[in-house]
Unconditional design. Structure first.
Length: 440
């Protein structure tokens, strides 16, 4: 049995914390014991004084050495092998590695400081090591002791229901943990990654390794410094770093079918000259790799091709070189499936399909967290025409992002304006365009 003693002036606080959760289950199973020790029980005066003013002056009180040392010695009489830990900002910073080391001890004693700390002589007389849980200040050591006990106790065999649970958690392999999902498959417009429902265990494992590395690189790159990686993992890291440096691979598609009209009927809409010009210019300005104009009608596509040819090769190319540059990245396609195939051949993987809609609804994803989570994947943002995309089309996308909010309830922007606003928001969230991204 593991025994964790906590010397404190608030023993009820410790008892309360460990009355819940997995550690409480470990206590019920007889795998460990939490032993709060009331520091006031080791005082000699009738007021049970545990603190006093500092010699030399200064703000705040200190815990006195006599009751602390007496409490530790009493514990050592009962458990001669206890290791005494002082919770103090001067101590070594706590980590998962420290938790695994402390698991080797059957008996640990934690001294919880209060006020301005403890008399220095306590460190020299009874303390074996000092630990800090972070670069911040708490009112006392009770919370710090509880954090460490919880971290260590859950590693005790039998405390967690699944013995492998602690092996897959953040920091156990030196990395932050990969994302987890449960039912329902889709919630508020966000779906579970397809790989997790594929049944292919190798692909699932590869995805988890890649996501763990991606999150670690993004949030805690310091964890990878000096870490030995195998060849496969090192290649994944290199690919992620390259993608981070290049910026997001962003594509835009303006769809003309299947749209709905004001009566709710599914229709094909017409390509307009203004949509060709203005959206091409916005996409070029914000580093979009390609702008796709998608229409199933050959006559409509032919009109669009004539416009592009005029500005790319005809008189317009010399009359307005800037317009020629904008149209260099505009592509005419018959269907959305053609666009997806085009991007997949270019990027080596299927793009995330992101729908936009002026309609307000609860199942809309926030743009910033979505971009942060998926910055390493190619993205295809879909814009509709007419009165918006059909319901069947909206069901095919990976996510529907939040609508543009104006000053009031009126929300009827042109698609050209919506494209520019969304791209400007994405540009701001991603920290600006990359030169090399624009060159692609």
């Amino acid at each position: 049995m593991k025994i964790y003693n906590v010397i404190t002036i608030f023993p009820e606080m410790i008892q309360s914390i460990f009355s819940w959760g997995v550690v409480s289950q470990g206590i019920k199973k007889g795998l460990l014991e939490i032993n709060p020790v009331n520091l006031r029980d080791f005082t000699k005066d009738r007021h049970k004084t545990v603190d006093d003013y500092q010699y030399g002056g200064g703000q705040g009180l200190l815990l006195k050495p006599e009751p602390l040392c007496e409490a530790v010695r009493d514990i050592k009489q009962k458990f001669c092998n206890t290791r005494v830990i002082l919770l103090d900002p001067r101590g070594e910073k706590f980590s998962q590695k420290t938790a695994r080391r402390l698991l080797n001890y059957d008996n640990l004693t934690f001294i919880c400081g209060r006020y301005e700390g403890v008399d220095e002589r306590v460190r020299k007389l009874v303390v074996d090591e000092e630990i800090s849980i972070g670069d911040f200040v708490l009112s006392g050591g009770e919370l710090a002791a509880s954090v460490i006990i919880d971290s260590v106790a859950r590693l005790v065999p039998g405390v967690l229901g699944d013995e492998m649970s602690s092996e897959d958690e953040s920091f156990c392999n030196g990395l932050l943990e990969y994302p987890h999902y449960t039912r329902p498959y889709e919630y508020e417009g966000l779906k579970v990654p397809d790989v997790l429902v594929s049944g292919n265990h190798k692909e699932i494992n590869d995805w988890r390794i890649k996501e763990s590395l991606k999150i670690t690189l993004q949030n805690r790159p310091d964890l990878l410094k000096g870490k030995a990686l195998n060849k496969e993992t090192d290649e994944i890291v290199s690919q992620i770093v390259k993608r981070m440096n290049e910026g997001v691979s962003l594509y835009v598609a303006l769809l003309h079918y299947p749209m709905v009209d004001k009566h709710g009927d599914v229709v094909a809409t017409s390509i307009t000259n203004m949509d060709l010009h203005d959206i091409s210019r916005s996409c070029r300005t914000f580093g979009v790799k390609n702008y796709f104009v998608v229409n199933p009608l050959e006559a409509q596509r032919e009109i669009a091709r004539r416009v592009l040819t005029h500005w790319q090769e005809g008189y317009g190319a010399t009359y307005n070189p800037n317009r020629k540059e904008a149209f260099e990245y505009t592509v005419i396609k018959e269907s959305l499936s053609e666009v997806i195939d085009f991007i997949e051949q270019k990027e080596g993987c299927r793009p995330l399909l992101i729908a936009t809609s002026a309609k307000d609804a609860p199942n809309r994803a926030k743009l910033e967290p979505f971009l942060k989570e998926n910055y390493d994947k190619p993205m295809l943002i879909l814009f509709g025409t007419g009165w918006g995309m059909s319901e069947d089309l909206m069901k095919l996308v990976d996510v529907i992002i939040e609508p543009i909010k104006g000053a009031g309830s009126f929300n009827h922007l042109s698609v050209r304006s919506a494209v520019a606003i969304y791209l400007n928001k994405i540009n701001g969230l991603l920290g600006g365009n990359k030169d090399e991204q624009q060159a692609n």
